[in-house]
Design a protein around this ligand. Structure first.
Ligand SMILES: [Zn+2]
Length: 136
């Protein structure tokens, strides 16, 4: 069995493209950005930011990569569902609500909890699919 140490940039892009299309957020605004996280949904601008920092990713990082992408895609799906400006308002209200309740504005944020659940629930399915396709 072939164990790959690195996932190429082309394969990484292919996975992102497949996921955006599958979850119908292919037309969300995407920006390439140098950052530590693999991806980040910018609530303030309604933009899905993808990291340019990792040209390739290690096989050991695939799980985190998939969870992060799926988590951020979930935000993009919410944004598409409500309209990004409305979603920005809802997100800010949720943050203020958590602060008022003396909770954490991110960790206890319902949008963050839902997005993380989505990532945790779906990454394995995509991991198997991408493995079968020889992408990872
Ligand atoms: Zn999030």
């Amino acid at each position: 069995m072939l164990i790959r140490e690195f996932i190429s940039e082309a394969n990484k892009s292919q996975m992102i493209k497949t996921l955006l299309k599958k979850y119908k957020v292919g037309n969300v605004r995407v920006k390439m950005k140098s950052m530590k996280e693999h991806a980040h949904y910018n609530v303030d601008t309604g933009t899905l930011e993808l990291s340019t920092r990792y040209k390739t990713i290690k096989s050991s990082q695939v799980k985190q990569f998939l969870i992060t992408i799926l988590h951020e895609i979930y935000h993009a799906m919410d944004s598409k569902k409500y309209g990004w400006k409305k979603f920005k308002e809802m997100y800010e209200m949720e943050m203020n609500y958590r602060i008022a309740k003396d909770q954490d504005e991110y960790k206890d944020n319902k949008f963050e909890i839902e997005a993380e659940d989505f990532g945790q629930k779906n990454w394995k399915k995509w991991n198997s699919k991408f493995k079968k396709e020889g992408l990872i």
